[in-house]
Write a protein that binds this ligand. Sequence first.
Ligand code: BGC
Length: 468
Amino acid sequence: MFGYDIGISGGVTSMDDFLEEFFPGVYARKHKAKEDNYCKYDNQGLQLFTSSLYLAALVSSFVASKLCTKHGRRLTMQAASVFFLAGVVLNAAARNIAMLIIGRILLGVGVGFANQAVPLFLSEIAPVRIRGALNILFQLDVTIGIFVANIVNYLVSNIHPWGWRLALGLAGVPATMLCLGSFVIAETPTSLIEREQLIEGLAMLKKIRGTGNVDAEHQEILHACEMARQVKQPFRNLMKRSSRPQLVIAIAMQVFQQFTGINAIMFYAPVLFQTIGFKNDASLLSAVITGIVNVLSTVVSVVLVDKVGRRFLLLEACGQMLITQVAIGGLLFVNLRATNELQHGVAIWVVVLVCLFVSSFAWSWGPLGWLIPSETFPLATRTAGYAFAVSSNMVFTFVIAQAFLSMMCHLRAGIFFFFAAWIVVMGLFVIFLLPETKNVPIDEMTEKVWKKHWFWKRFMDEEEEERR
Ligand code: BGC
């Protein structure tokens, strides 16, 4: 559902029928021969259609965090699906911009709820050995959603004049799947025990592990719940020094994830490809190609993450993303002026480089941006801390969605160098400040990771002293 919404808006915003109905100004500009290549789509309203979803998700993730703690992961997912369904109906039936934007806002609330509950659910239900891989299935579904949206955009773009309605309406399919699925799945043992349903919690743990021999894990969960109970106000606790390492890392992972520039591609690939001179069909088809690369490369991450570890994947990707961003920026800088068309050969190179960029993101910052914050917080601050992670992601997703087309108009090819500079910063962050969390049980992070890290341990030491 999240992925479908990411992938669908860029295609829809590049469709003439949609532009003619809601954004006649952009439509007229797009078809003016002399219009500046880099500025065709620079329109705040158009960007708001994409970005409003993330603003709503940002606010709702805090409500979702409370709901998740008080009423469980499962109910939060059910609530998400109701918002999704309402948003889809408004969007597919839209007669004016207000209906479009309100629909996107409802979808955004759904995203806030679902992105809070689903990764937590996965991290809590997973056996430790494959926690990373299982958690990444979330990201894999996101990429499949984007890919399906890319295909739908391609197929409906020739259905006039209502192809875009079909594209927005088909979001009802994953929304219905989430709705039905959330009635079928189990609640996590941690959430049951946290809500004092001790017997059910133990029974569920035995059921999902397929054995009665769950004592050690049960004890860990009980201990974590006991610690969590002593914390009356998780948000205030999160502001304490001892939570600083996890909080900084959770937020940084999300900010960095967005400043790789991935969503410039995911949201606006069709628009971007039109900018470099592809015709409608070719640009939608190129988006399908980047979509499939995204899915396949995420599978690489599922296989490797618990073997080679988080840090290795992140650092390899920093190198690959840096080279590709600089190369794309360089090619466009030299070859794409305000009103010329890119030579075919160069345009193909741009698509190849975009694919290489997307693949490295997909096995690293994409999934790990969600995985790491879901596994580093102790239970006492887990949902609250994770809410900060989700909402920071949404703030910066919003910023990119709202600003990218305008930034491209002003910075031109330089936009790619802007992202490249961020990639250098995030590489340094990983080298010095991000500890490896591979194979560490989720409720033993503090002891095994934070108290041992060269920099972050000082926050733990001071907390101990305070307590004494
Ligand atoms: C990010 C999205 C992005 C997607 C691309 C996710 O992890 O949060 O913003 O569009 O990956 O696959």
